[in-house]
Design a protein around this ligand. Structure first.
Ligand SMILES: Nc1ncnc2c1ncn2[C@@H]1O[C@H](COP(=O)(O)OP(=O)(O)OP(=O)(O)O)[C@@H](O)[C@H]1O
Ligand SMILES: [Mg+2]
Length: 235
């Protein structure tokens, strides 16, 4: 579905990503693991078109994304849930979800809303509550729901578990597992390498903006350097 081919990108004089290639196939969950500052968010921004690639190319469903505006990329079915769950605090849960789906036909939105509320019963119960009053975990669910109402072909998530209690992290990962489907793909950026590798089919390890390791998630879990650097020394 997604092909990132030899991409370099950065900010001003700083080069962050260097000659980076990866792909996500239909039906796959792919994890990106890396330390703070490795370039994970920069990679997602580059794929999404909000940061231009200086070299290389990004293709989604066979179409080149280079030079295409982020909203058009989203309309093509690629959605990013950014770091820090930016929900509209002064809108209700339902208004947030509807805002995510503003380009879709009414009847389709009603169906998509129904599916999001089935996946997240907590949100259904709070559909008329202001987003500002939700817990951190519920806001993350809402950010995810807002991407899902558009029924994307592929979902990219930037640190969905950041700052959340272990029980909530568990719940988020459970929802992501439920979202696995043969037709779509998920690209997951996570500092919680243990959970990400447990969920993903394949993974890439990023260091200083380069892919230094890639492979089946089940194998990377046992790789000595991954274990030492990202799994606290315990496989
Ligand atoms: N807007 C920006 N302007 C200049 N430099 C930036 C900008 N955003 C990120 N950087 C730099 O790019 C590098 C990679 O940052 P990035 O946010 O992609 O890392 P990350 O892997 O997502 O880290 P984290 O785990 O902390 O989220 C860092 O050195 C960072 O300082
Ligand atoms: Mg980041």
């Amino acid at each position: 579905m997604l092909h990132v081919d030899a991409v370099s990108a950065g900010y001003g004089d700083i080069q962050v990503l260097t000659d980076l290639s990866l792909h996500v196939a239909r039906g796959e969950i792919v994890a990106i693991v890396g330390a703070n500052g490795a370039g994970k968010s920069t990679l997602l921004r580059t794929i999404m078109g909000s940061l231009p690639a200086r070299r290389g190319s990004v293709r989604f469903l066979g179409e080149a994304l280079t030079g295409i505006a982020p909203h058009r990329i989203a309309a093509a079915g690629l959605r990013l849930v950014p770091e820090g769950r930016r929900v509209f605090a002064t809108l209700t849960v339902e208004e947030n979800l509807r805002a995510g789906a503003y380009l879709r036909a009414r009847a389709t939105v009603a169906q998509a809303l129904g599916r999001v509320f089935t996946l997240f019963p907590d949100l259904a119960e709070r559909r008329n509550q202001l987003a500002a009053t939700l817990s951190g975990g519920q806001q993350q669910m809402l950010a995810l729901g807002r991407a899902l109402v558009t029924e994307p072909r592929m979902l990219m998530l930037d640190e969905p578990s950041l700052g959340l209690a272990p029980k909530i992290v568990e719940e988020i990962f459970q929802k992501l597992a439920e979202l696995r489907s043969a037709e779509s793909g998920i690209l997951l950026v996570e500092q919680n390498a243990r959970k990400a590798l447990a969920l993903a089919d394949r993974a890439y390890v990023l260091e200083n903006g380069r892919v230094v390791l890639e492979g089946a998630a089940s194998e990377l879990c046992r790789n000595e350097s991954v274990v030492n650097a990202y799994l606290g020394g315990e496989a």
